[in-house]
Design a protein. Structure first.
Length: 261
């Protein structure tokens, strides 16, 4: 019995008409078109077998502690990412690469203490960022300046340290009030005498002492240059002055010798 062969053009047409199989839904998650829900699954890392068509990813109420370099697979269409109620302590500077169209990121109710300016650089489309209920005592404005499309920021319920170090953040908040949600919930935790004092209630006079005593990096560089230079110059000056004194005494001694009969 001869083999039945499908003509090449027909086979190519069939391959075009049959859609490629979509990636399987991660075993621990529930999936629907464009949405993956991996909440409350005891996960310790981001599932890797996610469809590139995912636009919404729920990872809340798990045990993720670290987002390392490239923690996410290629998700060119992801617009909402929720990591609420995990145990996040560290986000690597390259953890969020490839999420350039992300518009909403919820990192609330975690253990974050430090964020670097490089963390959010890939998120050029991010409009809403929730950092509430973490362990942030300070926050560099450069972290927020890396988000050109930011429209809504939540920072409530963090243990803010209201010392001179918070001055840059206070200035940013003062100039971007329209972006800050729940402003009344931004409260000092340290020092004790300012506990539960609203950060937005501070004025310029509150930081007058900080502005008078604070030194810019240029000042410190000048001190490091001038300090050793002045020390070396003083040594040369003292040596030169000592040489003059010795030379003067030598001349006087010689003049006395010539005057003797």
């Amino acid at each position: 019995m001869g083999c039945w062969r499908v003509p090449g053009p027909v086979l190519a047409l069939l391959l075009l008409l049959c859609p490629a199989p979509s990636p399987a839904c991660p075993a621990a998650c529930r999936c629907s078109p464009g949405e993956v829900d991996c909440s409350e699954r005891g996960l310790r890392e981001v599932p890797w077998s996610l469809s590139p068509n995912t636009s919404t990813l729920w990872l809340g109420y798990n045990f993720i502690t670290v987002l390392g370099p490239r923690s996410f697979p290629l998700l060119p269409g992801l617009r909402l990412l929720s990591l609420v109620h995990n145990r996040l302590e560290l986000i690597h500077s390259q953890a969020l690469l490839g999420l350039g169209v992300l518009q909403e990121l919820d990192l609330s109710h975690n253990h974050l203490t430090v964020l670097t300016p490089e963390t959010f650089l890939p998120l050029t489309s991010l409009a809403t960022l929730n950092l509430g209920s973490n362990r942030l005592g300070e926050l560099e404005p450069r972290v927020l300046d890396a988000l050109p499309q930011l429209r809504a920021l939540l920072l409530q319920d963090n243990p803010w340290v209201c010392s001179c170090g918070i001055l840059p953040l206070w200035r940013w908040l003062s100039h971007n009030r329209e972006k800050v949600r729940e402003k009344s919930l931004l409260l000092c935790r340290v020092p004790e005498q300012l506990n539960k004092y609203p950060i937005m209630a501070f004025g310029d006079e509150s930081f007058r002492q900080c502005q008078e005593t604070s030194l810019s990096p240029q000042h410190y560089i000048a001190f490091f240059i001038i300090g050793p230079f002045s020390f070396i110059a003083s040594i040369f000056f003292c040596t030169f002055l000592g040489s003059l004194v010795v030379f003067y005494h030598s001349l006087r001694r010689e003049s006395h010798c010539w005057r003797r009969p």
